[in-house]
Design a protein around this ligand. Structure first.
Ligand SMILES: [Zn+2]
Ligand SMILES: [Zn+2]
Length: 367
């Protein structure tokens, strides 16, 4: 079947909108008509060449849509189901899956880094040349073929453009706060970086009952959204270090849980500085590939737990339907997170805005 897709041919480069042939789903796979696809910082890193990726490829890993067809042996889904794509379609029976750490699934990691699906074959072609998959999602396209376990059904009254956000940013931030941060009622939390991941961490803190939630960013517009989403205090760190502001709010100690979602060495330093001895520190942001992070030892004095997680320690098949309910019950705010809606042809413009730090989330919406 022919479809339109945003193809990355080389790096560093923009995406080119082209006609791509997409095959039927193989056994255990589903083909999805994509409704919306979010632009994530990791896509941008791949376009810049900071991530290794087999090319040409259809990138995008934050998608939602409707199941169009299913391969043999698919039992959990049927055509017409509304789904959110997970970039963690874990096998369910390897060492890490059995160990309760599905994001580390070994067979998944092996094929994902090759840009393939589980049978190590591509499903997309331009002419007779293969087009590689991206994180087993490839959502910047009208259709995608993914493993059944990567298509997570959600309720049909949940709007699909907002559903797409669960696939990466929201799950990472919410899980970073709730599962990795283990935030307790009445605790104090600070979130450094208020893009879509940080805003989701703020909401995770609010839903966990934190009494003090401090949002820190260098962009005043993002701080306004952070306040709407549950931050009790906001601080612009463009001109001033946040340490004394945070300590004034926490009896001079620092916060119980500090979450980093900006991916800069300076923001990691700020995150350490504003955490109290004994705090939990969650690192969600990604520094530029290959860049070393520095942890000044004097900031580690006293016990501190530092946790790094890529997908918020999530289990998407359990978490996506839960997050959908939170949204539909007006507990989780997603509408405010979408700062830009684009057609597929405008996708490069969205990445320009992302690079300039102007948007919480830009998303491509399909007809
Ligand atoms: Zn992402
Ligand atoms: Zn596995």
């Amino acid at each position: 079947m022919k479809m339109k897709a945003a193809v990355l041919h080389s790096t560093p480069s923009e995406l080119s909108i082209e006609e791509v042939n997409i095959k039927e789903p193989a056994p255990g796979e589903v083909r999805i008509k994509i409704a919306a696809s979010g632009l994530c910082h990791t896509d941008w890193e791949t376009m810049k060449g900071f991530q290794s990726q087999a090319l040409p490829a259809v990138i995008g890993h934050e998608g939602a849509g409707i199941v169009e067809s299913i391969g043999d042996g698919v039992t959990r889904l049927k055509p017409g189901d509304h789904v959110v794509c997970s970039w963690e379609p874990n096998c369910g029976h390897c060492f890490y899956c059995d160990n309760g750490q599905p994001i580390l699934c070994e067979p998944m990691t092996k094929v994902r880094t090759k840009g393939l699906l589980y049978d190590e074959n591509p499903r997309m072609f331009i002419g007779d040349k293969p087009v590689y998959h991206y994180s087993m999602v490839s959502s910047h396209a009208e259709y995608t073929v993914i493993p059944e376990q990567g298509a997570v059904p959600v309720r049909e009254d949940f709007p699909l453009d907002r559903a797409a956000l669960l696939g990466c940013a929201v799950m990472t931030g919410y899980g970073g706060a709730v599962y990795a941060g283990k935030i307790r009622p009445e605790s104090s939390v600070a979130v450094v970086g208020c893009g879509a991941v940080g805003l989701s961490a703020i909401q995770g803190a609010r839903l966990s009952g934190a009494s003090t939630i401090i949002a820190i960013d260098i962009n005043s517009d993002k701080l306004k959204v952070a306040a709407d989403m549950g931050a009790t205090h906001t601080f612009n760190s463009l001109d001033e270090e946040p340490s004394s502001f945070v300590k004034d709010l926490t009896a001079g100690r620092g916060v119980d849980c500090a979450i980093e979602a900006a991916g800069q060495n300076i923001s990691i330093k700020h995150t350490l500085e504003i955490s109290r001895p004994g705090a939990r520190i969650v690192l969600l942001g990604k520094t530029p590939f290959g860049e070393e992070i520095s942890l000044p030892f004097h900031l580690l004095m006293g016990d501190r737990e530092i946790i790094r997680t890529s997908y918020g320690m999530s289990r998407p098949r359990i978490d996506f339907p839960k997050l959908a309910n939170l949204y539909m019950n007006e507990r989780l705010m997603l509408d405010e997170m979408i700062s830009m809606r684009l057609k597929l042809e405008e996708i490069n413009k969205g990445f320009e805005h992302l690079e300039q730090g102007k948007v919480a989330r830009a998303i491509v919406v399909f007809d």
